[in-house]
Ligand binder design. Structure first.
Ligand code: 2F8
Ligand code: CA
Length: 136
């Protein structure tokens, strides 16, 4: 497997922190083209790795309620755990500002870092892929 350039390893996955801002959908398409998805967040340690590496810059993650009748879901297929995820939202978020915020970014370098924002905004983004994606 040749592709680890620019990818950071953490506990069984590789993560790509982009250097070019994209809309949420465009970012997800780029992740897919690199055998990955916009990242899910499934534990406090993973969240810590992500916000520390992000260093306070906002990055899109793979959480959206677009196309799902308002239900938050991860684009990599991970089930969204509402209870376990409460502690990752910035206080007061998600607030669906302007009635048009259906995608989520990691906005601050803190455990409570998630904000819902308009999917049409451009931000840096984080892709996540498994360590050995081509193995069964
Ligand atoms: O105050 C929180 C609020 O700040 C901005 O809106 C004024 C954010 N908008 C964008 O990032 C585009 C809101 O999402 C956020 O809730
Ligand atoms: Ca918001």
């Amino acid at each position: 497997q040749v592709v680890s350039q620019g990818w950071k390893y953490f506990r069984g996955h590789f993560y790509y922190f982009s250097q070019i801002p994209k809309t949420w959908y465009s970012a997800q398409q780029i992740c897919i083209s690199r055998n990955s998805h916009l990242t899910s967040v499934t534990s406090e340690s993973e969240q810590e790795f992500l916000y520390r590496t992000a260093g306070g810059l906002p990055y899109w993650i793979g959480l959206t309620k677009a196309g799902s009748e308002g239900d938050w879901h991860w684009v990599d297929g991970t089930p969204y755990n509402k209870v376990q995820s409460e502690k990752f939202w910035i206080p007061g978020e998600p607030n669906n500002h302007g009635n048009n915020e259906h995608c989520v970014n990691l906005k601050t370098s803190a455990l409570r870092s998630w904000n819902d924002a308009s999917c049409d905004n451009t931000f840096l983004f984080i892709c996540k892929r498994s360590y050995k994606p081509s193995e069964p």
